[in-house]
Design a protein around this ligand. Structure first.
Ligand SMILES: [Cu+2]
Length: 113
């Protein structure tokens, strides 16, 4: 019984770590965000439905770190957001969201998958 319990604990742990550190190979080294923003950054996979100056409409996966379910929504794009390649409507991407001064999440980086 003890062995079963610890196996379950390890399973639960590895699952939550998998969520918290979503696998992505984004280069964070040249990002202009503050340390505070980078520490609070979250990542999710998404489809870009539309994108233009300052706003993107995306359908993103759940983001358990901040309690967001999967949604289709408009998100602001930071002025200094990092576009890591050409991004066009219909693309599957990894989004990095950071909190602006108002505490609202905005897109800090978009990386095509
Ligand atoms: Cu990233």
């Amino acid at each position: 019984m003890k062995q079963l319990t610890s196996t379950l604990a390890i399973l639960a742990l590895s699952t939550s770590v998998g969520f918290a550190q979503m696998n992505h190979n984004m280069d964070h080294s040249n990002m202009p965000m503050s340390d505070e923003q980078m520490e609070g950054a979250v990542h999710t996979k998404a489809v870009v439905n539309s994108i233009d100056e300052g706003t993107a409409n995306v359908s993103h996966d759940p983001i358990p770190e901040i309690g967001w379910p999967a949604m289709t929504m408009d998100l602001p794009v930071l002025d200094n957001a990092q576009m890591m390649g050409d991004v066009a409507a219909g693309d599957e991407v990894t989004l990095m969201l950071v909190q602006g001064e108002d505490g609202m999440y905005a897109i800090g980086a978009i990386m095509p998958n």
